[in-house]
Design a binder for this molecule. Structure first.
Ligand SMILES: [Zn+2]
Length: 127
């Protein structure tokens, strides 16, 4: 199925079910906008990357729930400290669904949030 994702995204049609696996997802710009154009871990606005929470080996999952904005420093930290990063939700095991794994987010200091695939949204996580 071919989909003009951008048009459907802007029209407000819920296309999240189309993005339930690998393939096209929101653009990096949309992910950064969701995250306030800052690093979700420390709020830095410099040298921002879009990090894939589930390790890429085995194929890329481009859903919004799998992607989060990190600065270069935090991106390195996440990859060098996989155990701590998994505990905080920056890294998600391949056996888990990133949409169901809460993550700490600098925009929501009261507690972890869920990254949703519906319009690249954020949900307050009620643990
Ligand atoms: Zn950072």
């Amino acid at each position: 199925m071919t989909l003009n994702r951008k048009r459907d995204y802007e029209s407000g049609v819920d296309v999240s079910s189309v993005f339930d696996g690998r393939g096209a997802g929101p653009s990096d710009t949309e992910i950064k906008e969701r995250d306030g154009n800052q690093c979700a871990r420390d709020g830095s606005i410099h040298d921002l990357h879009v990090h894939h929470r589930v390790p890429r080996s085995g194929g890329r999952d481009e859903r919004a729930s799998n992607r989060i904005t990190l600065c270069a420093f935090c991106h390195r930290w996440v990859h060098h400290n996989p155990q701590a990063a998994t505990g905080e939700g920056w890294v998600v095991l391949r056996t888990s669904d990133p949409a169901l794994i809460p993550v700490n987010h600098v925009l929501w200091p009261a507690g972890p949030v869920l990254l949703t695939d519906e319009h690249a949204g954020i949900e307050i996580w009620q643990g």
